[in-house]
Structure formats: C-alpha cells, structure tokens
Design a protein around this ligand. Sequence first.
Ligand SMILES: Nc1ncnc2c1ncn2[C@@H]1O[C@H](COP(=O)(O)OP(=O)(O)O)[C@@H](O)[C@H]1O
Ligand SMILES: [Mg+2]
Length: 247
Amino acid sequence: MATDPIVRINDLNKWYGDFHVLRDINLEVGKGERIVICGPSGSGKSTLIRCINALEEFQEGEVVVDGIKLGPNLKHIDPVRREVGMVFQSFNLFPHLTVLENCTLAPIWVRNIPKKDAEGAAMKFLERVKIPHQANKFPGQMSGGQQQRVAIARALTMNPKVMLFDEPTSALDPEMVKEVLDTMVDLANEGMTMLVVTHEMGFAREVADRVVFMDAGQIIESNAPREFFADPQHARSKLFLSQILRH
Ligand SMILES: Nc1ncnc2c1ncn2[C@@H]1O[C@H](COP(=O)(O)OP(=O)(O)O)[C@@H](O)[C@H]1O
Ligand SMILES: [Mg+2]
C-alpha cells in the first residue's frame, strides 16, 4: 500500500518493566495516508503513537519518520518531533497563555521565527480551524471543542509532515464532537498524513484509507474501512466491533 512511506515502524517491541506493551509492531504509513487506530482500552494505541514522536522510549526495533531513524538509543528525538504534530485527548493548551500565544510559543522559541511573522502564520491556522476571532481569549474561556481546534492549529504552526491524534474527541461533550471531526476532515482533504486513535467509526468510514485494529499490544488486523467493518477477519475484531457499534 504505502509506496512512499513517511513513517516506517519495524519490529517494534516495548516493555513497561515486565509488561510487554507493544509486540512486534510493523506498520508503514504512506505520504498523505490516513490511518485510524482502534482497539480496546489498554491495547497499546496511545503507547504506539507516542513512540512515533519520541514521547516514549522502546527497547527493540526502529521507527523511521521521513528518513530520520529513532531507535532504543534515543538519538534524533528533536528532529523527529519537528516533523510530527500531536493532538491529545485533553487539549494540553497552556492555560495562562492566550490562544494566539499558545500558537506562537513554539514557532518563536523553537524555530526562532520573529514574533510578528509567527503571529501572522498563527492567525492563518486559526482561520483554518475557524476561530480567528478568539485569538486573544484564554483557553479557560472557550468550549472544549474550541480548545481542541486551537490545539490542532497550534500543532499545524510547526508545519508537521505527520499529525498524530490520540482520541481527540473523547473528552468532548457530544455536541462538540462534530466541529472537531470536521476540522480533521478538512485537514485530511488537504492531504495531511494522519494517524488517528479514535472510536469515531463514522470518521473512519469517511476519511481513513486503513483501519488498524490493536489488541493486547499487537496489530491484529489492518484493512480498508469497508472491508474492516463489513468483514472483520479475527474473532477479536468482530467482538470489538459488535461492542462499539451496538451503541
Ligand atoms: N507509564 C506506564 N507504566 C506502566 N504501564 C503503562 C504505562 N502507560 C501505559 N501502561 C499500560 O500499558 C497498556 C497500554 O496502555 P495505552 O497505550 O495507554 O493503551 P490504550 O491507549 O490502547 O488504551 C495499559 O495496560 C496501560 O495500563
Ligand atoms: Mg489511549
């Protein structure tokens, strides 16, 4: 599938002490590919995507992002993080900074971009997520959906080549899920490479090129959404789908 991979994960194994949390993970992500990762709670989804931007160390294997190799030796963390944007379940905005300051902090301090230029660029991204008029508010003055859209804009200001999302809508009130998913659909339509941990199966059907199903630290199944939903290949994927689609 991935003829021109931007992320390659080879034989990745990770332990927390004695607990084998990621087992023989192999995954290639093509440029512009959209992958949805799903699976039961505790199956290792967060740990896996956190390995892609070096938020977690691992003991065996390698992760290669745009040609930059991460291995157990923890070299190349900074260059990899520069390529990869991440959006968390809990937004992780700085509460004491305005929306605009949240979106200019890293460009100014990590990329050394002059403040005026960083602000101009940040405003463009805030327009893309449809909240430019909130630029001077603090995160606490905004709804969860708005905060998550700021978090997406903030990640985009670093011009990442890959965006990781870890359950970006699961902390939101139901009426705010759509505005965040719409923002993610726009991003997908612009060609961004995305790995999205989510149980929003509507999003998976609409946007994903592939659904990766994990259980107990392993990739059990990786398939186009149509096939995955219509004809899951493993007992564990069938059980999982029957549990989440029932609601
Ligand atoms: N820092 C940690 N130390 C020890 N165990 C952890 C740590 N983080 C996660 N785990 C365990 O690893 C497993 C996978 O966690 P996680 O990747 O968060 O799963 P998921 O995102 O699929 O719910 C879980 O059993 C969790 O309890
Ligand atoms: Mg998780």
